[in-house]
Design a protein around this ligand. Sequence first.
Ligand code: NDP
Ligand code: HSE
Length: 436
Amino acid sequence: MKAIKVGLLGIGTVGSGTFNVLRRNQEEIRGRAGRGIEIAMVADLDVARAKGIVGDSVEVVDDARKVIANPEIDIVIELIGGYGVAKALVLEAIAAGKHVVTANKALLAVHGTEIFAAAHAKGVIVAFEAAVAGGIPIIKALREGLTANRIEWIAGIINGTTNFILSEMRSKGLDFGVVLKEAQRLGYAEADPTFDIEGVDAAHKATIMSAIAFGISVQFDKAHVEGITKLQAADIKYAEQLGYRIKLLGITRRRDNGIELRVHPTLIPTNRLIANVEGAMNAVVVQGDAVGSTLYYGKGAGSEPTASAVIADLVDITRLHTADPEHRVPHLAFRPDAMSDTPILSMDEVQTAFYLRLCVADQAGVLSSITTILAENDISIDAVLQRESAEGEKQTDLIILTHDTVEGRMNKALAQMQALTTVLAPIVRIRKEELA
Ligand code: NDP
Ligand code: HSE
């Protein structure tokens, strides 16, 4: 059978990896897909650089629309990134009846509803394995491997840049700013690392997983997004003393009254496997009612790891594109008529435990006034640690771990504690999850 023809939009980091891996492993991929998969046309703004990667045998153009307009092309891979031109090109490819593969989590988290509706109406596939956790086949696992389960919760380290920074802060005792510069020097963090360090990239990925897990539409605007820029080395050290590590987690959890969708620094017990995922690696824990806890680990970024996921999508489409659209795996795991309108909960309604660090005057009655406020707000204490004061020092750090509570209640207690004259600095509050 003739090879299926693919058009590639954007041949940067992931695009070049995709081209190289497809060429290197073409025989095995053909054996698995049932026919060859050939990148027949490439569009990139830098035509000379693109030609340097693909050679003379592939047509390279600077206008992506020429690729979409080519009737020979069956699948368009969008590896440009961002919400602007990428959105227009993906919608144009769908309108032209092409299947689409994309690694663009930002695009799908924000505009997924429109894109999947357009694809469904046109009977084409939009595949996006590379959009969440790079090379880890987490979309396949959630959508197909765990399809028997009622998913209870997902918690993932889904941003490599921030995991690298947190690992370095912990192992070397350094502050955030110092490690960020090192991450940029090593090429982990981009020149503008805002989306990574402010939690936006992780929230894009958590939003996509949430939709697949719970059969809801993608709702990035409802996600709680908090990054790691305010984390201090002292809190990483205190957490360690209490048997916890701090990770930036993307969490989505089913509750009786709705769905939690949040990204924030989180204390997790050191003895959990996911707490030991270090450096730029990614890992996702999925809790299903039948299977229990499952863990997926691997490289969440990089040229060839991400290409691995892009090509998996190409193979899936090559196998399935002639199938009746009704018999394909739905984009978001549930058929459009089986999607739910379960609401995403506000942060005030989220249930979690807390780590609190209070800088307090070292005098009689301080601990009691704080525990009284917690008790009055029905917040139960799990552990307390007080730093030994140095000779002559008039203040100290008081660390409190709480049991699960509702965030709105904690906010009320925090305001009351902050108002005490014996609390000398803004209280540090980090959420804590046992992931049991
Ligand atoms: P790069 O910036 O390395 O590559 C993007 C390429 O697209 C560049 O070569 C760029 O050209 C080209 N481009 C920009 N605008 C156009 C246009 N209008 N028409 C054609 N080509 C264009 O990005 P990445 O490869 O890193 O990322 C691609 C996608 O994959 C993004 O959505 C990203 O979020 C996602 N992703 C990336 C991962 C990674 O490890 N890098 C991991 C997982 C997902 P020029 O350089 O000349 O502007
Ligand atoms: N910036 C992302 C990360 C790339 O650091 O994980 C992969 O999406």
